[in-house]
Design a protein around this ligand. Sequence first.
Ligand code: AMP
Ligand code: MN
Ligand code: MN
Length: 322
Amino acid sequence: MQSKYPNRKAVEKIQQSNRILLVTHIKPDGDAVGSLLGLGLALQESGRQVQMVIEDGIPLSLRRLTGSDQIRKKAEGEFDLVIVVDCSDLGRVGKALDGKPAPDINIDHHITNEEFAELNLVDAHAVATAEIIYALLNDLELSLTPPVAAALLTGLITDTLGFRTSNVRPETFYLVARLMETSVDLPELYRRALVSRSFEAVKFWSFGLAKLEQADRLVWTSLTMNDRRAANYPGRDDADLINVLSSIDEMDVSMIFVEQPNGNIKVSWRAQPGFDVAVVAKEFGGGGHAAAAGAEIPGAMQEVQDKALERTRLALTGGRHV
Ligand code: AMP
Ligand code: MN
Ligand code: MN
């Protein structure tokens, strides 16, 4: 498959480098980890030293991907190339790059990407960062091993919610077919990425579902630190409850408010095609895609809910452009 990305400069830079640092966003999802591992393992195969860093480490559900045990929480040593994957802005990497050189290459697919690196491989039409990584590996003429293919497929499966998002195109399936040819187990990767969940996760949902509200085609709920403790749920995220909310027929936009250990409120938005919640998230210092966006907002739960709901309602009713 011929690459459509302007990767020549990135290829040159990578070919001239030997000690490469790869980082991705805090609270990593399947695309963050899959893109990091897909690129990292392929570069290691080519004989380069690669360090892969995620400030938060990696969630249990992704630990069966080959190479995940190499991912560390802090970068150590010197590097001649720094690559950031699946991050719309540098704040999203947390402290992973503290004391390290500014990023050389930024590989991402968020519409809100701030093009913060010297070289920016950003394509908002890509369904996942893993799609851009695949094209780059192709241009680098690196071999597609089963662990690399499994990592990239995990990225594609998670960010498309199992090929259900409106940005999925015929090319997505050509890419999936090419990755499957390495004999990776697609149903098993799919099950691990999207289907299997812990008892504690579903118990955590029950607290959010009990508080579910709706008004004007907007559906929302909240999860507090108390809910988290009561459910014994270990993550700082919403355990994917937002995807249950966005399956509700009566909604154009769904939102979830998740209290964080630092007192901030993490807000997630999901929208039906035709709405753009990235614009709203960006106003609150976050970002994302038209159909899925997030922001971490300081303030008390009720205050953040009032502000974010009001702004989102305005966007929904066309009071401001979306
Ligand atoms: P989430 O609601 O966390 O699943 O995120 C939905 C989308 O928004 C993902 O593409 C995230 O990368 C992006 N996103 C979430 N939180 C932030 C943030 N604080 N800043 C920028 N982008 C974000
Ligand atoms: Mn991501
Ligand atoms: Mn992504």
